[in-house]
Structure formats: structure tokens, C-alpha cells
Design a protein around this ligand. Structure first.
Ligand SMILES: [Zn+2]
Length: 183
């Protein structure tokens, strides 16, 4: 089953659809063939055995719930805030000239923490100024939280864009995920 596809990864979800980790796509296929997981997403990549061919999964969901140990949290940085928010303005959903916005402005005591910092495009940031979203008549797309799962750039950089797209569906907007990336 080696067709030079060792670098392909699959996102493994818990039975609750929470992201757990990345595994090799081949391992994900084996788990599904063993009946331990169901395949949620596939891509155009195929492996052949002498008997038949299989489409390599990009996302699988485990049939049994796995309890994950607590791991260290994602460190707070501007880059990780951008990654958490998918490089998308949390006010207008746009994606140009990203800046960091304090939801509760610093001038009234807003702190630089995961739950008070969001990605904002320059335009929205200027419009909001040093006001709260309510005062500015602006609405956040999501309540910001400390993420517990982020793509490591080394995973997305070696993955085909179609893989990254299928993973994003299960990772973005999931503010309750308790997982770590693991190669
Ligand atoms: Zn914006």
C-alpha cells in the first residue's frame, strides 16, 4: 500500500466529532477497515491492493469515545489568534489586512487574553475604535475563547489544499474541542 503517500494525513475525530489528532491516511484507512472508525471525508487519493482499491480518508470518526488526557494549551500569540480565527475578520467575515482587536477596549480595562482578543480587518478595527461591540453596533461572529486545537503549520503545509479544506470544516468554529495535533 505504499504509493509515496506516506505524507498524507487524516484528521481523526472522537465519536463526539471533536478533533483528536492527525494520523497517517493509511492508518485512518486501516481503522475504518477494522470497523473501528467511519470514514467521513475522502479525497481523490487511492491505494490499491492486489484485490481492490480504496479511497484514502481525509477525516474519520472513531466509533468509540476516547478520553484524552489534558495537554498543554495553545500559547497566546497574535499569530495563534489569527490561526484560531482562520485569518478572518470576526466582525465582517472578510479577510483583508488583518489586525488584532480588543473586544473590550484597553482604555476601559480590556485585557490581552484569548477571550478578549479577536482578528479584525483594518476597516472594522477603525470603525469600532475604542468602543465595545455594542457601543459600535457591531456583532462578533463568535465569542472568542482559548482554543485547544490548532493546525500546526507543518501539517497544513505538507497537505493538499483539498485535505486542509475538509479538515477546516471540522475544526473551525469548534470552540469546545479538546485535542492536540500529533504527527
Ligand atoms: Zn471586518
Amino acid at each position: 500500500m505504499s504509493l509515496g503517500m506516506e505524507n498524507l494525513r487524516a484528521l481523526v475525530l472522537n465519536s463526539t466529532y471533536e478533533p483528536l489528532q492527525f494520523s497517517t491516511a493509511k492508518r485512518a484507512l486501516v481503522l475504518s477497515l477494522l470497523g473501528k472508525a467511519e470514514v467521513l471525508e475522502v479525497d481523490g487519493f487511492i491505494v490499491r491492493t492486489s484485490v481492490r482499491e480504496y479511497r484514502l480518508p481525509t477525516v474519520i470518526r472513531l466509533n468509540r469515545y476516547i478520553k484524552m488526557p489534558r495537554r498543554s494549551c495553545v500559547s497566546f500569540s497574535k499569530k495563534n489568534v489569527f490561526r484560531r480565527d482562520n485569518y478572518t475578520c470576526q466582525y465582517c467575515g472578510g479577510g483583508l489586512e488583518m489586525t488584532i482587536d480588543h473586544v473590550i477596549p484597553r482604555s476601559v480595562g480590556g485585557r490581552s487574553t484569548w477571550d478578549n482578543i479577536v482578528t479584525a480587518c483594518r476597516k472594522c478595527n477603525l470603525k469600532k475604535g475604542s468602543r465595545t461591540p455594542e457601543e459600535a453596533g457591531m456583532k462578533l461572529l463568535m465569542r472568542p475563547k482559548q482554543p485547544q486545537f490548532l493546525f500546526h503549520s507543518n501539517i497544513s503545509s505538507i497537505a493538499p489544499q483539498s485535505h486542509v479544506d475538509s479538515w477546516t470544516k471540522y475544526i473551525s468554529n469548534s470552540d469546545k474541542v479538546k485535542a492536540v495535533t500529533k504527527l
